[in-house]
Every structure is written in structure tokens, then in C-alpha cells.
Design a protein around this ligand. Sequence first.
Ligand SMILES: [Zn+2]
Length: 344
Amino acid sequence: MKQVLTSIVGNASLKRKLYSDILSSSLSHAYIIEGKKGSGKHTLAYLLAASVSCENSKNESLPTPCLTCSTCRRILEGNSPDVILVSKEKDKVFLSVDIIRELREDVNLVANELDTKIYVIEDAGLMTTEAQNALLLTLEEPPAFVKFFLLCENSESLLETIKSRCQKVSTEPIDISDIDTFLQKNNTDAKRLKLSSPESYNELLMASEGTIGKAIELLDENKLEQTLAARALARDFLGAISKKCSSELFASIIGRFDKKRDVIQTQFYTIETALRDVIAIQRTEDAPLLFFHSRDEALSFADSVNTRKLMSVYSALKEAQDSISQNANMRLTLISFFANINII
Ligand SMILES: [Zn+2]
């Protein structure tokens, strides 16, 4: 059987969905590719683009895309003039109508080298309504040689009229073991870290949230240090609430929260993930875990705190997260959060 999209890690159902479309050369003219940041949306878009134009697509003994012909290589290296990346302006929050107007002018020009011209619209979810309406006119009657890939984290922000003209596919979180295999095969920093500090490497895998992009981002020395610190803080926090804890211990935990809002948000989020694992494992012992690498470690926390207390801490945590995201004073938010927990 011919292999299709073999270079995509995990994502079995996504690959199944696209398999016959690629083999029968009947890829839809427009796809919405939805998934978390770092989950491989760009990779998928470029592999689909390569599948459409691969010089070896009829060769049964080679996968599609073959990744080795010059067309595949040019596309995957981002050097094909016929695979066009459309991005928002760097200093803007939204993708403006001006960019889509430029695209519309370009759309009717025939492809330079290939038979098909492909537009990969990054951050399609950030298109203004005006931009979406402008794109809609093109999606309704595109030239036959044009395809669109709209990448977004969440397709909710797209107009129904856009969604109805596109096929939607989603990138899925990848198993930790698949991320490990991929990194060990392709990334020297990951290899080095696994050898020098297997424990930190496992922590990184868990913090990647099932996306290869995030795992690679966390290999940066500063990011890794921050992630490990946040995860250690989450464990100490759970340790503190699992016994009647002294005000000195709480004070020392408060002292470990950062002063920067985005770092505090990550610290709270990490604690939230750990707390959710403990609550989940109290309900079902084989619950999938998002924070803990070791099920035994999660179980030992689950055994030492009762569910009611965990739930109260969880709501206090959500309240603190809301305050932080609404620009409340961070120090006061932390103090009131810990005061709330202390009386639970
Ligand atoms: Zn090829």
C-alpha cells in the first residue's frame, strides 16, 4: 500500500482522513487546519502542498510526498514561489483586510513553476471580519489551480460562511513516547539532555502538552530552567496543601512566584495542571495524566488530600488566575490566594 504523509508524527485519524484525498488527487480547494500552537499545522500544510505537486506521486514504491524530489524539497524549505505564506503584519494583532486584498490580486495570476498555487494563511483565526469577508469572495469562486490552507488555533473565530466552504482537519496532541522518539531521532539538544539529565528531559516531555513545537521551544536553556522551576513549585505547592502547612512554608512558596505577569500565569497554569491530575486520579486511577510522568507520584498526592479540599483549592486558583489576567495587582492577588487556601 502506498505510504501517505508518513513524516507526520502521531495524528493517525488526521492521516486516515487525508489519505484517500491525496491518493485520488482530490484534495479540497480549501482546508481549515486547526490545532494548538506548535502542534504541526505548518508542517501539515507544507506536506499537503508537497503531496499536491510531488514529482513522484505516481511512483508506488515511494511515499507521497516523497520528500526527496526537487519540488518537494523546494516546497518544504519554503522556497517555492507557488506555495505562498500569508501572515499578519508583525506589529498588528489582527490579520487585516489589506493583506487579503493583496492575496486577491495575486490569486488570478497563474502559478510560476507548478500546476497548483497554494496559499497558506497563518493565523487565519486572527482575520478581521472585513478580511474574512474579502477572502470569502475568493473562496466562493477560486481559480481551479488554487488551494488554500487556513491555519488557526481555534476555528470558532471564523465566519460560518468561511467554514462552510472549507474542509476542517485538526492536529491532535501526540503521545509522549512519539515525541520522545521524534526528538531523539532529529534533535541533538534533546539527545544531550536525555543523556545528561533524564529527569529534566521527562519533565520537558510532560510540559510539551503533546506538541513537538512546544517540546523544541522548551529545549532553550532559559525556557527549560523556567519550566523546571514552575514544575518544582507546583509539586511543593501540592505538598504544602496536603498537610496542615505552616505560614512560613506558605510565605516561602509565595516568594517563589515571579514578578512578571506572563511568568506568574505560567506558574499558575502549571499548578492547575498538577492539581487537575490529582483530582482526576482520585476519581479514576487510570485517568490520563497531563502533569505527572509517574502515576505513583500522582497517586501519593491523591492519597494525602481529600477531594473537597482539592476542589476548594482549585476554585481559589481559578479565581486568582482570573484576577491576574484582568491586570489585578499580582502581590495582592497572591496574598489573598494563599489566605483563602489557609482557611480551607
Ligand atoms: Zn516529491
